[in-house]
Design a protein around this ligand. Sequence first.
Ligand code: RET
Length: 274
Amino acid sequence: MLNLENVLTFTPVQFDIISHVLTIGYAAHFAGLAYFVLSRKNVAPRYRSMTTMSVVVMLSAALLLLRLDISFQQAFEFDGTNYVLADSTFSHGYRYLNWLIDVPLLLTQSLFVMNIAREKLFGLRVKLATGGVAMVVTGYIGQFYEVSDPTGQLLIWGAISTLPFIYFSLIFWKLCGDAIGYLPGEAAITMRNIRYLFAFAWGLYPIAYLVPVFAQTGNGAVTRTILFTVADVLSKIIYGIMLGKIATARSVEEGYEVDGYEWLKSSSKSDAES
Ligand code: RET
């Protein structure tokens, strides 16, 4: 009975909303997968590793979110009035397994569109990736206590997990700030928006983590599914699209021909001149 959902009974409406939101979640990541594969040619070869990382993020998220939905469908059965737990339990931990892969990728992916001195690159990757892994692993341990000890162990592990979160967020924030200074017009605006997106989307995860402290109810489970799904779509798909936009803008600036994106060159030129 580790996770919140397993101690609850869901009305058909609550069950349907959770299952629909989980479905939108993995469908969106499969769609993102197609998008990033097809838009690879819109960036110069030196930025393609970044797009590859988006492809990997999409595939891992789509599969693990699909697994999460299957776990939910298998765990509950309709008793004529409500959805009640059947012979197996729902395992929320799959989310964290997905983050374990995706968080280090998402953080280090941004370095590809930044100007980072070669000798600093490796150290930055290590700091961002280990910070990300430490946050996810400690959060993963904490979520095992969301039913048995929501005001004790859940909060303690949540607080421990927040330390690496603050650590890598400060590094990421500073790197984006530097990039806003040197990127050409359009790309700088997108980088500024990435900073806001990061603060908002990544901030939703700890809020969703805390839901069991306040609401051990069907509506609580619905709320956290929605929060996690919105956060996932923003932090992975929208973020990847925005990084791709910066990579395209930089490619065009560097003289790489991208059909339909010539306007990026003229606009960044005139911004630089004004
Ligand atoms: C946890 C535990 C409680 C404290 C904090 C957390 C932060 C989680 C974050 C997750 C981001 C996940 C992403 C996944 C992409 O696939 C672990 C919930 C601070 C920020 C971006």
